[in-house]
Design a protein around this ligand. Structure first.
Ligand code: FES
Length: 90
């Protein structure tokens, strides 16, 4: 997963969007609050991931929607050990 890419994965039956921003991996809820688009199939733009369906953008560090921070997706702590990406899911 090189910088500037994201990926949809599942952990404990929870859909997770992994986003690599500048070499740091962030994990967010994969389900866009607008209409359920898969954020892990979206596009990285600076510190944001853009939903592939209609373009809503979320800060990967806070989960806040750029255009309206009152709309958020959950963020999860990430630990990288060697090649393994571990995500703390609730
Ligand atoms: S489903 Fe994500 S912007 Fe519409």
């Amino acid at each position: 997963m090189p910088p500037g890419q994201c990926l949809s994965v599942e952990a404990e039956d929870i859909g997770i969007a992994l986003c690599n921003v500048g070499g740091t991996i962030y994990a967010l809820d994969n389900c866009c609050p607008h209409a359920g688009g898969p954020l892990g199939e979206g596009f990285i733009d600076g510190d944001c991931v853009e939903c592939p369906w209609h373009g809503w953008r979320y800060n990967v560090k806070t989960g806040e929607r750029l255009e309206n921070p009152q709309i958020k997706v959950d963020c999860y702590a990430v630990h990288v050990e060697g090649d393994a990406i571990q995500v703390d899911v609730p």
